[in-house]
Design a protein around this ligand. Structure first.
Ligand SMILES: Nc1ncnc2c1ncn2[C@@H]1O[C@H](COP(=O)(O)OP(=O)(O)OP(=O)(O)O)[C@@H](O)[C@H]1O
Ligand SMILES: [Mg+2]
Length: 231
């Protein structure tokens, strides 16, 4: 995955429909390495669907999606080695953390990604330790994820992605359901990830979050089309 000249994500003319019902209509945009991009738009305009496509969990009916200059489609992701490298580089944090957490305790949850990557035991332990410290998860390591509060689950879900050290982070409504203090903490944390050079793409209904974090805001309208850029 090289020769992409800093254009980490390139979507061209993407169209998608569920059972014939259009949800994304001719969406084109690029994301440069290290950029922070916000997607806004009304409920049902297609933001989460677009994120599924960017994460290789759904495929456009029309148009193309390239990651680092390589087409991401059913065929390329059929190659297990390519798919593994791709999924390790793009971390998706769901709006609903319950859909993301499935292990019996937080430590296993954090270990899952690095184990899938085939890392050595010491590397896995180091990554889990570093991420647990970064997100203040040490006291939760032996707890069952489904007994955690919403904010704690969100921290664990972010941790599970960070242990894989992806270059791109995709967050769907990251502040939804968090109290004021957790929102403040998460905003600061995302700002520090941005400063460290990560590419961040997020969807939000919170204009303040978009203004304070994003380099660019893209808006999808109720007709599932991309409007002009702000910022
Ligand atoms: N699996 C599915 N099957 C059928 N329709 C779906 C499916 N997932 C989403 N939709 C529909 O596609 C449209 C776009 O949904 P999507 O979740 O992408 O919107 P969104 O912009 O993320 O909305 P929100 O702001 O409410 O999160 C909606 O009308 C939704 O009902
Ligand atoms: Mg959504």
């Amino acid at each position: 995955m090289s020769n992409y000249e800093g254009k980490i994500i390139s979507c061209k003319d993407i169209c998608f429909a569920y059972d014939g019902m259009p949800v994304l209509s001719h969406i084109s945009f690029d994301v440069m390495d290290g950029e922070c991009l916000a997607f806004m738009g009304p409920n049902g305009c297609g933001k989460s669907t677009l994120f599924k496509i960017i994460n290789g969990l759904a495929f456009p009916e029309l148009g193309t999606y390239q990651f680092k200059g390589k087409s991401i489609d059913r065929k390329t992701l059929d190659d297990a080695t390519f798919a593994k490298v791709f999924h390790q580089q793009v971390g998706f944090i769901f709006q609903n953390s319950d859909l993301q957490l499935f292990c019996s305790n937080v430590r296993e949850e954090l270990e899952f990604g690095p184990v899938q990557m085939g890392l050595a035991k010491e590397d896995i332990e180091r990554r889990v330790g570093d991420v647990a410290a970064m997100l203040s998860l040490e006291s939760l390591l032996d707890r069952a994820p489904y007994h955690l509060s919403g904010g704690e689950k969100k921290r664990v879900a972010i941790g599970c992605i960070l242990t894989m050290n992806p270059q791109v982070l995709i967050l769907d409504e990251p502040l939804a359901g968090l109290d004021e203090q957790s929102q403040k903490w998460l905003l600061g944390f995302l700002q520090s990830l941005k400063k460290s050079g990560k590419t961040i793409i997020f969807a939000t209904h919170d204009r303040d979050l978009a203004n304070s974090l994003a380099d660019r805001i893209l808006t999808i309208d109720s007709n599932h089309r991309l409007l002009g850029e702000m910022h």
